[in-house]
Design a protein around this ligand. Structure first.
Ligand code: PLP
Length: 374
């Protein structure tokens, strides 16, 4: 089945008890069992399993082409459950440009668990090859990356990592499976903040892991999730499942709008650089064109006038809202350096843009008037 069809039907069979076409939300925390705890209908307690969550897990596994998926209370709960389930002594590498939360997890929390993290430029395959040869157990990829939109070659890096016996995990939040399927390119596990494009309406927090195989790593993470409890609530699972249904359709429009915005910004004299893999000038354009169906709804822009100019532009926008997060219907901007705490890694002259589903002419007009303030 093709992706658009899977997005509509995966985890979507009519309710067995009532025939309801839209799935029911099962809020029950507990399920009747026999006197010796025999499960009567496969469920026991909400933290260990829930029918609404199971539908979403089936849908995410199908969309990512994995054997199984797990859902979590947030994207960071997915990342931390996976990384903290690794045995002490595990050596991991994360990208030099990646979501701040993953960077903080690697620097502040993993060392205490005996997990050592190094940082690599994942766009430089030779640097990754050298690091793998020295000894790495897990390669964490994020492509396109947040917020520099760096692109790495998933298939090439998976080949390099697997030759040394290392696992490959890919944060696929920016692309979504509608545009990029890392498991088909050789990754072992895909991670998502489903808060973003999966949910699609800026109203539900969640995370997911899709596993190529229901193997020992999957069992370890599933067990850790059940015990530590960062599970997705049934209503959140239901909202995210609803988001799956329109994911490919929304992504097509996000991509078309982002291209318009990127082309417009790239032609403006105040603009030093537009980071969008769809532009032929982007260093990762060729790789992105090969491994992505389209280039996504995220981009970042850097202005000649530096921090002051970028903040003036952000303050003058009327349609784009200054807010964190991404992937919703409404367009958002964020000066990432201002939200990254005491040691920001994002350039001060950079504004991240999540291009929404408004009419592109309106988006361009708003950017045009805001740039006059820059
Ligand atoms: N990965 C990426 C690329 C993100 O942008 C985010 C959040 O912005 C996360 C992971 C973390 O997800 P959550 O906020 O759902 O915990």
């Amino acid at each position: 089945m093709r992706l658009e069809t899977l997005a509509i039907h995966a985890g979507g069979e009519a309710d067995g008890a009532t025939g309801a076409v839209a799935p029911p939300i099962h809020l029950s925390t507990t399920f009747e069992h026999g006197p010796a705890a025999e499960r009567l209908a496969g469920y026991e307690y909400q933290r260990e399993g829930n029918p609404t969550n199971d539908r979403l897990r089936q849908a995410i596994a199908a969309l990512e082409g994995g054997e199984v998926a797990l859902t979590f209370a947030s994207g960071m709960a997915a990342a931390s459950n996976l990384l903290e389930s690794l045995p002490p002594g595990t050596r991991i590498a994360i990208p030099d440009d990646c979501y701040t939360g993953v960077r903080l997890l690697a620097s502040e929390f993993l060392p205490a668990r005996g997990i050592e993290a190094t940082t690599l430029d994942m766009a430089d395959s030779e640097a990754v090859r050298a690091a793998c040869a020295k000894g790495l157990d897990l390669l964490w990829l994020e492509t396109p990356s947040n917020p520099l939109m760096k692109v790495c070659d998933i298939a090439a890096l998976a080949g390099i990592a697997h030759a040394q016996g290392a696992l490959v995990v890919c944060d696929n939040t920016f692309a979504s499976p509608a545009l990029q399927r890392p498991l088909a390119l050789g990754a072992d596990i895909v991670m998502h903040s489903t808060t973003k494009y999966f949910g699609g309406h800026s109203d539900v927090l969640g995370g997911a892991l899709a596993f190529a195989r229901a193997d020992e790593t999957f069992q370890r993470v599933a067990h850790r999730l059940h015990v530590t409890g960062a599970v997705l609530a049934p209503f959140s699972a239901w909202l995210t499942l609803r988001g799956c249904r329109s994911l490919p359709a929304r992504m097509a429009m996000h991509c078309a709008n982002a291209r318009r915005v990127a082309d417009f910004l790239a032609a403006q004299p105040q603009v030093r650089q537009v980071n969008y893999p769809g532009l032929a000038t982007h260093p990762g354009h060729a790789v992105a064109a090969r491994q992505m169906r389209d280039f996504g709804g995220m981009l970042s822009v850097q202005l000649h006038g530096g921090r002051d100019a970028v903040l003036a532009m952000a303050g003058a926008l009327r349609l784009f809202t200054n807010a964190t997060s991404l992937g919703g219907c409404e367009s958002l901007v964020e000066h990432r350096a201002s939200v990254e705490g005491n040691h920001p890694t994002s350039p001060q002259d950079l504004l991240r843009i999540s291009v929404g589903l408004e009419h592109p002419d309106d988006l361009v007009s708003d950017l045009e008037q805001a740039l006059r303030a820059a």
